[in-house]
Design a protein around this ligand. Structure first.
Ligand code: HEC
Length: 130
């Protein structure tokens, strides 16, 4: 019975856990090339001073704006097939290494992020270079 319930628990967790890579994995594969190697102007992971004002923008705004791309920051970290969930996880990892304490966005937060992505894309389209 004990073995069975453990198996059952593992099965349930398997369903509950997201199938995408962990934030740390995505960060290492996609973001670290710039954010851990002092690419000019990119906020460096672990630098609390650089990250404090970004963290203050809040999870919805910062995740959405970075996903769309900001100046030298390529959209989706330069990976066109990177999902918003995977991006948010990678950003959480970066934030949490840099003085913040963000969590995986829940469904409501994710919705707000997606809405902000759409808004941001529209305003970028009408203001090239912004
Ligand atoms: C090709 C280099 C490059 C890669 C790859 C990259 N970034 Fe960036 N990122 C930058 C640069 C440069 C900036 C600074 C942009 C500026 O302010 O001019 C930046 C800025 C940011 C910011 C701050 C945006 C703001 O509103 O000021 C966030 C958040 C961010 N990146 C997250 C990520 C995440 C998450 C990934 C991986 C999924 C990633 N970046 C991958 C270069 C990169």
């Amino acid at each position: 019975m004990k073995i069975f319930s453990r198996w059952l628990l593992a099965g349930l967790c398997g369903v509950a856990l997201p199938v995408w890579a962990s934030g740390e994995e995505t960060y290492k594969a996609v973001c670290a090339a710039c954010h851990a190697q002092a690419v000019p102007k990119s906020p460096q992971v672990g630098n609390k001073k650089q990250w404090a004002p970004l963290i203050r923008e809040g999870q919805v705004t910062l995740t959405a704006h970075a996903y769309v791309g900001v100046r030298g920051m390529p959209a989706r970290g330069g990976q066109p097939d990177l999902s918003i969930e995977a991006f948010a996880e990678a950003l959480n990892h970066m934030v949490n290494q840099s003085g913040g304490n963000w969590k995986t966005p829940d469904a409501k937060t994710l919705q707000a992020i997606q809405a902000e992505v759409v808004r941001r894309q529209k305003s970028k389209a009408s203001k090239p270079g912004g």
